[in-house]
Design a protein around this ligand. Sequence first.
Ligand code: NAI
Length: 343
Amino acid sequence: MAHKITLIPGDGIGPEVTQATVRILEATGLKFEWETFAAGAEAFEKYKEYIPKELTESIERTRVGLKGPVTTPIGGGFSSINVELRKRFELFANFRPIRNLPHIPTRYSDVDLIIVRENTEGLYSGIEHEVVPGVVESLKIITEKASTRISRFAFEYARKNKRKKIHCIHKANIMKMSDGLFLRCSRNVSKEYPEITYGEHIVDNTCMQLVMNPYQYDILLLENLYGDIVSDLCAGLVGGLGLVPGANFGHECAIFEAVHGSAPDIAGKNIANPTALLRSALLMLRHIGEADAAWKIRSAIDHVYRDRSKLTRDVGGSAGTAEFADAIIQAMELPNSVAAQKV
Ligand code: NAI
């Protein structure tokens, strides 16, 4: 039976990395029925809606999305489609595993961090207004419900996956009420998980600590804005934005997307690295119960990164997006034992 997946290629490098990822997914032999939709500026041109009704209905039906990045205009224009999708489907948990790939030179090897970011509120509530000319107010919304929900997600994940530590990252010394509430909720939830060590760090110090010694952390639990910023910092620890995957989980559905954006500086040149979206697709495969196919692709990724001859420019190679995808597909055809030996 084919898996029905809502596919949002996005814009900028989105269509390139999505096409590469879809080709690799189909080469596993699994059957997919893609329901493909534009979002953002491209959708507006066609449907006069930034998130077409058909896209919303598709996600309600399939409950699983694979999404490329969508550009958000800076300092004006329409609100972020990414933020809107997360809010619309209550995709409250943004999950981002940060791990090295073989043979990518980085300051630290064997980094293994998980970022759990609250995805629906904080400063991303998008409530801004001009109080008087020259004075603008932007509201940071923190609720007990959402803070408890994301804390529970982090602790449940830690328990199920035998992770040892969770740090709640905050700025409650300055934002005493909003970050104070977030902190209190995560502290309360932590009491139900005595086997998991719980710590609290202020966000600016956390950035310095991550750069100096990322091994001291295991799972980072953050509200929306800090999660966004710290994710990019962590991507830098393991080789850059071209590598780091992500998933947005809700109770009803999930959308899988890379940490990176639409990278307009390299769009349309066939040089973007599709690894981040591909690794997001591996999270998707596990979510839909296709762990074997995920493992097959994972072995092929390790093989191609060890071999180094077909890597994209951002990680020191010269291959194009499509050529990298071809190399992954070829590596998937190797007998399992050969791929595994080389992992
Ligand atoms: P970006 O992540 O698009 O790019 C930052 C840098 O990383 C650029 O130099 C880019 O070339 C590089 N990069 C990113 N992905 C890469 C890949 N796969 N392979 C090789 N290099 C890669 O961040 P930026 O420039 O701040 O944002 C551009 C647009 O993307 C903005 O409109 C922003 O709002 C949007 N955005 C969308 C996201 C989403 O759809 N989930 C997430 C983040 C940003």
